[in-house]
Design a protein around this ligand. Structure first.
Ligand SMILES: Cc1cc2nc3c(=O)[nH]c(=O)nc-3n(C[C@H](O)[C@H](O)[C@H](O)COP(=O)(O)O)c2cc1C
Length: 174
């Protein structure tokens, strides 16, 4: 079922921490009675965007309408090389116009605090390329926020909740 609130879990790692964060967001949307959908990029093996035939891939054909029908997209991504991971960037390259005019938020899992500004590159490109409205509140979690794969930081939980609530406020006032 398509949903106005879409959460993308971009990590391809089995024990992903950003997926745990995405699942916390799912729980909070549920508690707010917000109809949402989570997609896990592991379930949609995507070709690398070549600007040509890759657009015809069946996984791209499945994801395009899901993205296009969303109003709010929250991307949960690992930070790789001071940026979002390549899987998320590749998804954006493959689905391009489907991102037009979306309200977009970010949840990041990183190895260290020094990559804090890393999400700005992809945020800028979505803002400039597709006129996305970027939520000025993002989540940035480190490994110390987890214990045995569980999110234990109350601060990070609050930040995810605040991001969810802001996305709803912005969506309704728009
Ligand atoms: C290829 C690669 C590059 C990474 N680059 C960074 C980085 O630039 N900054 C950082 O803080 N952590 C970096 N990390 C650590 C990841 O952000 C961290 O392990 C995070 O938990 C991964 O997200 P995930 O658990 O959802 O897969 C990198 C990890 C990998 C595998």
């Amino acid at each position: 079922m398509d949903s106005e609130y879409l959460i993308i879990s971009a990590s391809l790692r089995p024990d992903s921490r950003s997926r745990v964060l995405a699942n916390h967001l799912v729980e909070h949307f549920r508690s707010l009675a917000v109809t949402h959908r989570l997609i896990d990029l592991r379930d949609y093996p995507l070709p690398l965007c070549d600007g040509e035939d890759s657009y015809d891939d069946p996984s791209v054909a499945k994801l395009q309408p899901i993205l296009a029908s969303a109003r709010v997209i929250i991307a949960a991504t690992p930070i790789y090389n001071y940026d979002a991971n390549a899987a998320l960037k590749n998804l954006i390259e493959l689905t391009g116009d489907a991102w037009e005019n979306k309200i977009v938020g970010f949840i990041c899992a990183a190895g260290g605090s020094s990559s804090y500004m890393s999400i700005m590159s992809i945020a800028n490109s979505l803002m400039l390329d597709f006129r996305c409205l970027i939520l000025p509140r993002f989540v940035y979690a480190l490994s110390r926020d987890f214990d045995h794969g569980e999110l234990v930081s109350s601060e990070i939980k609050s930040r995810i909740n605040e991001l969810a609530e802001m996305s709803v406020r912005v969506h309704y006032n728009r």
